[in-house]
Design a protein around this ligand. Structure first.
Ligand code: TPP
Ligand code: MG
Length: 280
């Protein structure tokens, strides 16, 4: 069984689920989904494709049965129906839980047109390293790739392509052994702790140079060195303690909380807390 978030999580699984369909593997796909009346809020949802329903329609093509659990009374019968089909056909199935039935929360920000390249809408993790390489491939300019350790775990390996193409990006990796941004929303969840990977050492195995820094002075020296060395990618691993937030992240989290409160998209956790406070 795979439990994933709407968009970033579920769309990442399309290839694997299609393969499971072809191979007749009974996989249960459990995804978050848009809440009731979500389209009326006027806000786009993170990683929404053409329409709010696009994801569900994609999964119709690669699963043998689907249900959207938007009615608590019928939910158990729907789950049973889809599970039966999954077992009978030995193929993947798809369940979508609207986020006002469960929990799911995200945001979007404006981006200016500049030499900065970034995933401007949902800040999709794993975009930075491949995008930076694409930039050097298409413009010949050396790129500076800023990436978190969690995101680097997803696609950092792409740096292994640098040597044969002669690309030499400078790659500061912010290593806090953490999914820190998510922790701000859910401090109690242990899954935001990552192991501390030694990216500086990995860099050498991928054909580049790596160094770890812990202070501003070390960072300044490492950047100067990286700028001076051409022809090999230069990874600078910036060690940050877990739990330390930038002022920008603090502002952004506060902004999201304000916005969701204004349009009435509250999480079920917040709702439970409010209701139990009211009932005394
Ligand atoms: C493809 C994808 N999956 C999941 C998420 C949800 N998400 C947002 S931030 C985050 C953690 C980021 O960790 P890291 O890259 O280490 O940055 P940090 O917040 O620690 O600086 C996750 C999992 C996402 N943005 N993109
Ligand atoms: Mg991190």
């Amino acid at each position: 069984m795979a439990a994933v978030t709407y968009g970033a999580g579920a769309l990442n699984m399309v290839n694997a689920v299609a393969a499971a369909y072809a191979e007749k593997s009974p996989v249960v796909v459990l995804s978050g989904g848009p809440g009731k009346g979500e389209s009326a809020s006027g806000l786009l949802l993170h990683d929404q494709a053409k329409t709010l329903d696009s994801q569900a329609r994609m999964f119709e093509e690669i699963t043998c049965a689907q249900a959207r659990l938007d009615d608590a009374v019928r939910a158990s019968a729907e789950i049973a129906r889809v599970l039966d089909a999954c077992l009978a056909h030995s193929r993947p199935m798809y369940l979508e839980i609207p986020r006002d039935m469960g929990d799911c929360l995200f945001t979007a920000m404006d981006m200016e047109h500049a030499t900065l390249v970034a995933p401007g809408y949902y800040a999709t993790m794993g975009y930075g390293a491949p995008a930076g390489l694409g930039l050097q491939a298409s413009t010949g300019r050396r790129s500076l790739i800023l990436v978190g350790d969690g995101a680097f775990q997803m696609t950092g390996w792409e740096l292994g392509n640098c040597r044969r193409y002669g690309w030499d990006p400078i790659v500061p990796v912010f290593n806090n052994a953490s999914w820190e941004m998510l922790r701000t929303f859910q401090p109690e969840s242990g899954f935001n702790d990552l192991d501390e990977w030694d990216f500086a050492t990995l860099a050498r195995g991928l054909g580049g140079d790596g160094m770890r820094v812990r202070t501003r002075r070390e960072l300044r020296d490492a950047l100067a060195r990286a700028v001076a060395i051409r022809g090999r990618f230069q990874l600078i691993e910036i060690m940050i303690p877990r739990g330390v937030l930038s002022p920008t992240l603090e502002r952004s989290v506060a902004g999201v909380k304000r916005l969701t409160a204004r349009v009435g998209l509250e999480t079920s956790g917040a709702k439970d807390a409010r209701e139990s406070a009211r009932s005394g």
